[in-house]
Design a binder for this molecule. Sequence first.
Ligand code: ZN
Ligand code: ZN
Length: 344
Amino acid sequence: MKALVKTELGFGNLVIQDRQEPEVSKGQVKIEVKYTGVCGSDIHTYEGHYKVKVPVTLGHEFSGVIVDVGEDVTEFKVGDRVTSETTFYVCGECEYCRNGDYNLCNYRKGLGTQQDGGFAKYVIARKESVHHLPPEVDYRSGAMTEPLACTLHAVDKTVINQGDLVVVIGPGPIGLFTAQVAKSRGAKVIIAGLSHDQVRLSKAEELGIDYALDIQKQDLQEFVYGLTDGYGADVVFECSGAVPAASLALNLLRKKGQYGQVGIFAKPEIEFNLEKIIQKEIQIIGSRSQKSADWEPSLHLMNSGRVNARSLVTHEFPITEWDQAYQVIKSGEAIKVLLTPVDE
Ligand SMILES: [Zn+2]
Ligand SMILES: [Zn+2]
């Protein structure tokens, strides 16, 4: 079968290869892939900023149909519509594993990074990671359960009360999901971006986010203080990974506000005003990836229509046209890009 494989570390080295069709072992299922999303981390891996175990088939956001099940698998049968968590192996013994925090296990191996992922016709997943797609969740939306679960993971670490003002900085797929999840918790939500994010800001409006602001045209801080009697936002989720956004977020927050860092900065250490953390008694929340407990609630949000994933898809390409997918992402014209497998 054809697979999109990162063959060596460094820039590029992502090629279509003929790979042996994988077979199930005990406790595993074989999934025929329908769609696999291109994640920001795939771009980082392509450009050589992220380490993966090479050679490996990339792609960790996928949906598909089960075509084979291994021994001991009774939860799934051939023909089931599914998606899978990225977790392929965890130690199962560390304190994190025992609490279900698989995303924090030191020995975790993920699909599409350490183990062959979804940019191929077939992928193998462990049964504990697989979830049925509910009836209203189509394959395209199902492929986006993973990024949605990452945002639900972040939102769940904060306390949001009905009517709270939540600001999401960065209107990419992660920001657009975070905004929708925050809205599902009863918040009033502002999503903020730059002028070149116009397509994404319009999408936010279409999705029913309360306010979508171009901060190069409008003063976000003034807007937030105007809405809150001069107090400031209750929660800010920084989803852009842009350094100026971090200090902007601190200015937007009210005293006792909550700061959620979801975006990843190009350099790990950035200037951050800790004096403001003290003076405003701000709580800072870090959120890494997602865990099992985030998946069913994410699928439920899509099934009930409270989160619209499908409408974030702007482009689709076969895995053989990776270059084009990369171009539309880098140019900023895309929101979410999905890849599809090829037969030959
Ligand atoms: Zn991802
Ligand atoms: Zn562990």
